[in-house]
Design a protein around this ligand. Structure first.
Ligand code: ATP
Length: 432
């Protein structure tokens, strides 16, 4: 993990947040390479979960929601962690994290556990009182439930159908850590899939989405042996859940949650109907009846997904007798698709290379680099996860071909400049 964290900082994937002020409680900023990777992971999710399907629609709801939302959803009451304080050093811990009766920092005596709500509070408007208190959303899902009637009334949807959104969520985690695995501000990618209120139907779609989501990680490069499914025990179920299975990843610090797939039943629609007085039911043409659908929810953290993709791609090997660090990211996720290099800084090669880079930039994120030996330039791109290297050499000036180098095999082939964009498109398998 240490090596990946260093690489992320060195190459501009992820910086510690507010670094010049000494950082701020597990916040992180995404740099030029990180933001490209993040966009590509989000795009990989959106295209598979929303755009390529007829039965899932997108939404982008506000982060600030009416405070009654959180009373209805149960988050005001239940979204808590039991906390204990050390009487001596005053440090605070999540009691579920502790294996001893005493403070793990100083050995001091601990208080009885108290419930601590994980939602961030703020005020809307100029008056700072309880009537103007609002919360930063701790999950994006509620934006979907409160828009249920809007979707049904405007989109001519038929069950089963899903509504998806991506966006920031906030949780005042007591023990953030492990880099971007657990932070207080993070991005989620969630989808609420509405089905008929029927156990067979619910089970079928639950199994379908567990399988679908597991395959998505494998499709975009995570090794199957580093993933596993873990059904929750009854006592660890969230307050809204009728059953949850986590997709876990083998992080360097052990197996941990990557994505959760939950059966939320009609809990949320029931509660919002009750609290708002609005009818959040669905009229079923087939059975000529009204009911509130049940929900199957795959919920993934974008930052956590990025971490897993980077960890799985991180490798060190030896190329031409030299050690290299390489991020074997799927070309579709890689921030930069190709590095373009003139072999020499003379004989018209830099100008030609710049032309090639400009041509490719119309379709792909490419970088141009003429500094240092060609070996070092390849290494720099290997470490950034760039899947292809395009080198302009003396032969290019004669026959308008370039060498195309593959990051993983390091093999090189000659390709005509005229065919280069098509060849890269083919190899990437998808242009972003
Ligand atoms: P955990 O048990 O790790 O706290 P959770 O079960 O509370 O997670 P969910 O509420 O199911 O998480 O959220 C769905 C997904 O959102 C998680 O699988 C994870 O990928 C992501 N996520 C949740 N909390 C955080 C966080 N603090 N930082 C980064 N990602 C998070």
């Amino acid at each position: 993990m240490e090596k990946l964290v260093n690489l992320c900082k060195r190459r501009g994937f992820v910086f510690p947040g507010s670094d010049i002020y000494g950082g701020l409680g597990s916040t992180f900023d995404y740099g030029p390479l990180g933001i490209e990777l993040k966009r590509n992971v989000r795009e990989a999710w959106w295209s598979e979960v929303v755009r390529r399907r007829f039965d899932v629609l997108g939404l982008d709801s506000a982060i600030l929601m009416h405070p009654r939302t959180w009373a209805a959803s149960g988050h005001l009451e239940n979204f808590t962690d039991p906390l204990v304080d050390c009487r001596s050093c005053k440090q605070r811990f999540r009691s579920s994290d502790l294996s001893t009766q005493n403070c793990p920092a100083c050995g001091g005596q601990l208080t009885e556990p108290r419930q601590f709500n994980l939602m961030f509070k703020t005020f809307i408007g100029p008056v700072e009182d309880s009537a103007s208190t609002v919360y930063l959303r701790p999950e994006t899902a509620q934006g979907i439930f409160v828009n249920f009637a809007n979707i049904v009334d405007t989109q001519r949807v038929k069950l089963p159908f899903g509504v998806a959104q991506t966006g920031k969520s906030f949780r005042n985690e007591i023990t953030p850590g492990n880099f971007i695995f657990r932070t207080r501000e993070f991005e989620q990618m969630e989808m609420e899939f509405f089905v008929r209120p029927d156990e067979t139907e619910e089970q079928r779609w639950f199994d379908y989405w567990v399988e679908e989501r597991l395959n998505w990680f494998v499709k975009f490069g995570i090794r199957r042996e580093n993933l596993r499914l873990r059904p929750h025990d009854l006592e660890e179920l969230s307050h809204y859940s009728r059953g949850t299975t986590d997709i876990e990843y083998r992080y360097p610090f052990g197996w941990g949650e990557l994505e959760g797939i939950a059966r939320r039943g009609s809990y949320d629609l029931d509660r919002h109907s009750e609290m708002s007085g609005r009818d959040l039911s669905y009229y079923d043409e087939e059975s000529k009846s009204r009911f509130r659908p049940w929900v199957v929810e795959p919920a993934l953290g974008l930052d956590r997904a990025m971490l897993a993709f980077m960890l799985d791609a991180f490798d060190e090997d030896i190329v031409e007798g030299e050690e290299r660090v390489v991020l074997r990211l799927d070309p579709r996720l890689a921030p930069i698709k190709a590095g373009v290099f003139p072999l020499l800084r003379k004989s018209g090669q830099p100008e030609k290379a710049w032309q090639v880079a400009e041509m490719l930039r119309k379709s792909f994120m490419v970088s141009y680099d003429q500094a240092g030996s060609i070996g070092r330039r390849y290494r720099r791109q290997d470490e950034a996860g760039t899947p292809f290297g395009v080198t302009i050499d003396h032969q290019t000036m004669e026959d308008d071909t370039v060498t195309l180098r593959d990051r993983d095999s390091t093999t090189q082939v000659r390709v005509a400049v005229a065919d280069l964009a098509d060849e890269l498109t083919r190899r990437i398998g998808w242009s972003t």
